[in-house]
Design a protein around this ligand. Structure first.
Ligand code: SF4
Ligand code: SF4
Length: 214
């Protein structure tokens, strides 16, 4: 029988699979894209330190804060990806997209969680919301996700309280200022209850009170 020779990939076919898997995390060299408003803050999502993310070894907590291009309408697919046209910002796509070669991931792996942008770097030190971002990080941090499977009853109750605090915080800061959802997701990341739901924890809302089902 004739052997079929397997073609070795050496270039990008622009199939879009990597774009459908999610928008890129931004790095220091991408800061000018934000400063020039080529990518507005409303199109970003903050992944807070401790959130669970997909890594080459499986799902693990992220060790640094990341600012990524968000998806749209609940999808992870990068908001700048069009099924018809491909990348809508190809000529100024971020560094991670430029180095990504699915057939040779060494360069993108070396970039992972290195020299990344966080909210402080994006906003600059004097931004009026930085003190609130810090207050939120302190009160509603994601540091428990690495131990989610082994939390004691007391720790679970603390997480539940954190979920409520997070919601009150968003009501006050985002709701109170008429902030769009896009901006809220950049300034404060995704709500804790959503992150917990992704990890299989149920949420029950009764008469304005939120409780968790582990
Ligand atoms: S890098 Fe790979 S997955 Fe991404 S568009 Fe190119 S061929 Fe497709
Ligand atoms: S910015 Fe462009 S290349 Fe990068 S993930 Fe989005 S659509 Fe793909």
């Amino acid at each position: 029988m004739k052997k079929v020779k397997k073609e070795i990939q050496t270039t990008c076919h622009r199939c879009g699979d990597c774009c459908r898997a999610g928008g890129p995390a931004l790095h220091s060299v991408d800061l000018s894209l934000l400063q020039e408003r080529r990518i507005p803050l409303e199109h970003l999502l903050t992944v807070r330190r401790g959130e669970l993310v997909n890594k080459p070894g499986g799902v693990e907590p992220v060790t640094v804060e990341l600012v990524k291009i968000s998806g749209e309408g609940g999808s992870w697919s990068c908001r700048y990806f069009s099924e018809e046209k491909g990348c809508m910002i190809y000529s100024f796509r971020p560094q991670a997209c430029q180095v990504l070669k699915c057939w040779d991931p060494a360069e993108i792996l070396a970039l992972m969680e290195q020299d990344t942008l966080d909210r402080r770097a994006v906003l600059g030190n004097g931004h009026e919301l930085l003190p609130f971002i810090e207050e939120h990080e302190k009160a509603c941090s994601c540091d428990f996700f690495s131990d989610l499977e082994s939390l004691s009853a007391k720790e679970k109750a603390e997480v539940e309280e954190r979920v409520r605090l997070d919601l009150r915080f968003r009501d006050r800061l985002a709701g109170g200022r008429g902030m769009s959802l896009g901006l809220e997701l950049f300034f404060f990341g995704r709500p804790l209850f959503q992150l917990l739901q992704t990890s299989g924890v149920g949420i029950v809302q009764q008469g304005g009170a939120v409780s968790l089902r582990w």
